[in-house]
Design a protein around this ligand. Structure first.
Ligand code: ATP
Ligand code: MG
Length: 555
């Protein structure tokens, strides 16, 4: 398939096509502008795929720019984690990493220009007064008492703000636009505030910091961004974006376009909420495999491919919606089905003794690593008299629908022999603790010689050679589809989002590497966790073999 055939189409790409055709632009320049106040999540991936994807497909450029105007909430650890995640997703930013703070000096100059033009003033109203004078969606705002201060006085006050002579909250630099505008963001928005905060890039050089709306459009213009893509909540702010750029002396004029945010079922994608989950220890950290963060998905076993594919499938529109988790799951399931080698692991072990198998022997069987891909090779499986099988794969009695092991009946052990259950041993509570069987030694890799049919196949692991492993079974982090819509989203946390099992896995997994994904046959796709040691393997369930929720949701 030719590259171009798989290119997405969406309204933004149509705009770009037109802009290139009309000659408005000859090169497309986008940017991804995260605020370094948290880890990237799957919603950011949508924006990353859009911005970097456009740069790739149109032979343009995409900048990575940290939108770092809130020093108190930002951290260099976030700066580093974000770069790692963007790279891991497979994208390369154009040139060096950029920071809005690279432009603090220029932004300051543009603020002076606005003051000199009578388009900005220093307001000493209290925060409460500012709020009251702003008006409401129904009622216009009122002018501040400081709105008509002279240019000379405003310049002097702004200089004093910069020199640290005013306290935090004592004054603001505001744009002078229109207190009666139907758009709240145009009612003399703040451009600068005083903050005595240490900045991760600029240190203590500044005690005034520019606001997002002032910073973003100017940073876009400085970098020559042609299409500035953001989410719908900034739709009204586009007026302010254009107002700032049309009132300062700057060459390029980027245009802002808005698309809908990704919302995903059974999770939250607001950084404020994600920070709360981490800080209050509802999860084990930003990379907890239940988190919708890129780091969490990676640890869970997701691949860059699967995430990029997901972003392709959800598309880019202006319509708000809530995407089903099963769409994300399907992307990684399809990939791992093709790519992940198979192995056997028993998650709820019960002992099984093959009484007619010699006590002192073991043999090495050979199993294919992938049923449809011989190039993935084979592995060795030790077979012994004592093995473990899944407790739920045995019943003393069952009807014909149960195609597993039943007392008095036969089943095939995957990659090995046909066995027959002869009798069981139980504990005082009546639980089966050991199943005694016989095996048919003629059935290795062939059907029984007398033509009798054995339909069921179950997996197993040698009791003498198997390795103990911790297996983390993850479920949805929240029990309701839209936790962000709850009064208290924390009350909607799913108490069973993590189930830890002590499993037995086949010995070939001894040297598995962190991040390596496998299919545990009949049990799902699993990935070796970074907390694994040679003494204690730890696997995360990435996704089940099929969409178990599709059925549950219909019931
Ligand atoms: P939050 O509201 O969670 O704090 P944010 O939008 O403030 O998120 P930024 O770091 O500013 O987070 O986001 C960087 C870019 O990613 C922005 O262009 C933003 O529009 C985009 N983005 C953030 N969340 C989503 C989402 N859920 N879907 C699509 N794009 C998103
Ligand atoms: Mg933001």
């Amino acid at each position: 398939m030719a590259e171009t055939d798989s290119r997405p189409t969406n309204f933004i790409r149509q705009i770009i096509d037109n802009d290139l055709k009309s000659g408005l632009h000859s090169v497309v320049q986008t940017r991804f502008p995260p605020e370094p106040n948290g880890y990237l999540h799957i919603g950011h991936a949508k924006s990353i795929c859009l911005n970097f994807g456009i740069a790739q497909d149109y032979a343009g450029y995409c900048n990575l720019r940290f939108d770092d105007t809130n020093p108190e909430k930002e951290d260099i650890d976030y700066v580093n984690a974000i770069q790692q995640d963007v790279s891991w997703l497979g994208f390369k930013w154009h040139g060096k990493v950029r920071y809005s703070s690279d432009y603090f000096e220029q932004l300051y100059g543009f603020a002076l220009e606005l003051i000199n033009k009578g388009l900005a003033y220093v307001d000493f109203s209290t925060p409460e007064e500012v709020r009251q004078l702003r008006g409401t969606l129904k009622a216009p705002g009122q002018n501040s008492a400081y709105r008509d201060t002279s240019v000379a006085d405003n310049l002097a006050h702004f200089e004093k703000m910069k020199q640290g002579e005013y306290q935090e909250g004592q004054c603001l630099l505001r744009a002078k636009i229109d207190m009666a505008s139907p758009f709240m963001c145009m009612r003399d928005p703040a451009l600068y505030r005083v903050k005595f905060a240490h900045h991760h890039q600029t240190g203590d050089a500044w005690c005034i910091y520019p606001m997002y709306d002032f910073t973003h459009c100017i940073s876009d213009a400085i970098e020559g961004i042609t299409h500035s893509l953001c989410t719908l909540e900034f739709q009204d702010n586009r007026r302010l974006y254009d107002w700032v750029l049309s009132n300062i002396t700057i060459d390029t004029v980027p245009h802002q376009y808005e698309f809908s945010r990704l919302n995903l079922e059974y999770t939250v994608l607001s950084k404020r909420k994600l920070i709360q989950l981490v800080e209050e220890k509802h999860v084990a950290g930003w990379d907890d495999p239940r988190m919708p963060t890129i780091a969490g998905l990676r640890r869970r076993g997701f691949t860059p491919n699967a995430i990029v594919e997901f972003c392709k499938r959800i598309g880019v529109t202006k319509m708000d919606n809530l995407v089903e988790m099963s769409m994300l799951d399907a992307c990684i399931r399809e990939e791992l089905n093709e790519r992940a080698p198979r192995a056997m692991a028993v998650l709820d072990p019960v002992k099984l003794v093959i009484e007619n198998y010699p006590n002192d022997t073991s043999e090495t069987l050979v199993a294919q690593n992938h049923p449809n891909d011989e190039s993935m090779g084979t592995r060795q499986l030790p077979f012994t008299r004592e093995i473990y099988i899944e407790a739920e794969d045995f019943r003393e009695e069952a009807n014909k629908k149960f195609k597993r092991l039943v007392l008095g009946k036969e089943v095939r052990l995957r990659n090995a022999y046909v066995i027959k259950a002869e009798r069981v041993e139980k504990d005082e509570q009546g639980n089966v603790i050991c199943i005694y069987c016989t095996y048919d030694e003629q059935t290795l890799g062939k059907d029984p010689a007398d033509g009798r049919k054995v339909k069921g196949v179950i997996h197993w692991v040698s009791a003498t050679h198997g390795l103990k492993a911790q297996v983390n079974l993850y479920d949805r982090l929240f029990s309701v589809p839209n936790p962000a819509g709850e009064d208290d989203f924390l009350a909607a946390l799913n108490p069973e989002s993590l189930l830890v099992k002590q499993a037995i896995v086949e010995p070939s997994l001894q040297n598995a590497e962190v991040g390596h994904s496998l299919q545990f046959e009949r049990m799902g796709y699993f990935t070796l966790d970074k907390s694994s040691t040679t003494d204690q393997l730890v696997f995360n369930r990435t996704v089940g073999l099929r969409d178990s929720w599709a059925k549950a949701d219909q019931e």
